[in-house]
Design a protein around this ligand. Sequence first.
Ligand code: ADP
Ligand code: MG
Length: 733
Amino acid sequence: MNTHSEGTVSDGTATSAVNLLPELKKFWGYDSFRPLQADAIDCVLNRQDSVTVLPTGAGKSLCFQLPALRFSGVGVVVSPLISLMKDQVDGLNGAGIAAAALNSSMTDAEKLTVANQIKNGELSLLYVAPERLSSASTIAFLKENEVSFFAIDEAHCISSWGHDFRPDYRALGKLKDQFPGVAVHAFTATATPQVREDIAVQLNLIDCKTLVGSFDRANLVYRVSQRSNLLTQLRTVIDRYPKQSGIIYCISRKEVEGVSATLNGLGYRCRPYHAGLSAEMRIENQEAFIKEETDIIVATVAFGMGIDKSNVRYVIHAGAPKSLEAYQQESGRAGRDGLESECLMLYSASDFVMWRRMIDHSNPAAAALLDAMSCYCTRPQCRHKALVEYFGQTFDKHRCDACDVCNGELNTVDDALVICQKIISCVFRVDQRFGANHIADVLTGSKGQRVLKFKHDEVSTYNLLGDMPQKTVRNYVDQLVGQGFLATAAGEYPTLYITQQGRQVLRGEITPVLFQAPTPKQKSGPGTDDWEGVDRDLFDLLRAVRLEIANEKSVPTYTVFHDPTLRDLARQRPSTTVAMAGISGVGETKLASYGERFVAAITAYCNDKHVAVDQSPIERMKSSGSSVKSMAKEGALKKAYTLFEQGISIEQVAAEIDRAVSTTSGYLANFISDNGVTDPTPWVDADLIPPIHGAAEQVGSLEKLKPIKEIVGDSVSYEQLRTVIECLKVETR
Ligand code: ADP
Ligand code: MG
């Protein structure tokens, strides 16, 4: 099955990424490229060696998968994990692209089939594990055939500077020699310049083009909080994403077991994952997560490398990891599909004490990494900015609107200067030879043994902050360390000393900002609400349809459709496969294989619940690229808006724009919401409004029309009901 017979270009120089837009739509169902994708694709088409650095979820795979369609040979993709390989191949096949893998888990017969496909020029992409390319027979076989390019995924594995070095990747350094004239393209999310340069060197790339994207993950909301009541803190986040996927990282296996058991006891669907479990158990739990048989994975850092799940809505750290590199990677597993997701870090001073004990003290870098982590936790700075700058990029936005600091969720302490001065003087009074806990003990007037033993109950700063809990003072001390006013001496015992900046605080020249600890108020979810217009019940139903299809095909759910596509389906509610084709993420093959099933589910649901089908994609158009179909719809919608402004009735507007009354009523609901309309009387008889309000109050929720309709009965139409409820929603938002 050769999917690219027509329009094949064996000489890539003739074309550029824009020429591939039709294929992007046909196979992936996407309308436009994401940042740097077109540049990376151009490198592949032009056979120019390249290193592309883009954060997790930015869409690196497409950069080599799409151009592969334009070559007559096979694009060879090196990927470190067999499980990831399988998912990618399943995903590609599901989209109608001829791809296969070669790895040790296959039988000889399976390998032979793949070899024949390559010989016959039938494969666009071949996934191989790195060790395959150190085998002489594989090299010889590939040389006999036409290799279009090599794409090295997770290329940082070749660098011993990286955190994930794999000796097997070393063999890839010979590719440029073994396959002269075949371009090699490296892809990684690892941000450090050192690793990036090392990749090009190790792979012996020639005249290499380096493309580096922004490391900011704009769709992630970052929050940091001191760990206090762990369970409550976890549930605050989990409950924001009912029935959706999330990961909770714990530092110890014991904590993993405890948290997992507790959450299960509370009725959450949750599984543990750590290196102490048997291999079968780990695989089973990971599969359950991927297949959405469980919502939450509670894990140690052992979990994640093989996870390509795109709809993880939150990643919570129940303890601070040992570096921001690790944090970026682990938290980065949230929101790969680009939808709003949340990363919460719950840290505690003891995490750092523990790491400090465990790190190699002969290596100053390890301590520096830990300090950077602690600084991230305790410094009152935009989290996006802190992360992006840590990785050597600038952050231009004044505020991100997607972190606890910028969203004003953290309360600051009023008399910070005085408190800070008291703390710093106390460090001075104990000769800068004690750690944070002891300082907090002295300041809060502890009668503990150590305090008495060193006669610290006699220093002038004893009990100066006696009106505060020790924990609070301890947290303030940590904040001062994080902000660089105090520093931790090198060595196993974290004794504190005063920095130059700290002295300025003593002299009253600088006023540090202190956060109240722990975080008292938290706004709702993420800044951008991409649930706008989505019928949640329908979304859940479509997830079930997706799961059914995925199980039938034994593939992960996201190879059927990603969440953004399901949300669009539950938002626009296409009643025909033609309408469904206009939705982002719906390619031709997927539409043909299971479009009907989704359409059937949507129409059945909408008929049953009296929800309008074929809604305008207005919300989508505001934010992202728009499809051809949505452009056509825009005309009708605009006209409808103009007429609604004049207070014209739903029936009249429906006739004017040649749409069904139910569709028009949907437009009106959008109009009301978009324009903040609170008065429904232009469209609904004033007499009908009080009974509708009463019924809504009785039901206690504005989310579903059906129960309200049951109370008001047939005297009110669905269109009238929806209009009044929409105005009520505006009023109460
Ligand atoms: P990475 O390898 O960089 O972590 P992936 O290749 O796994 O990212 O892609 C992440 C998600 O982005 C996938 O769901 C993919 O389908 C989606 N995606 C990629 N390119 C586009 C695009 N141009 N438009 C919309 N979605 C895209
Ligand atoms: Mg990837």
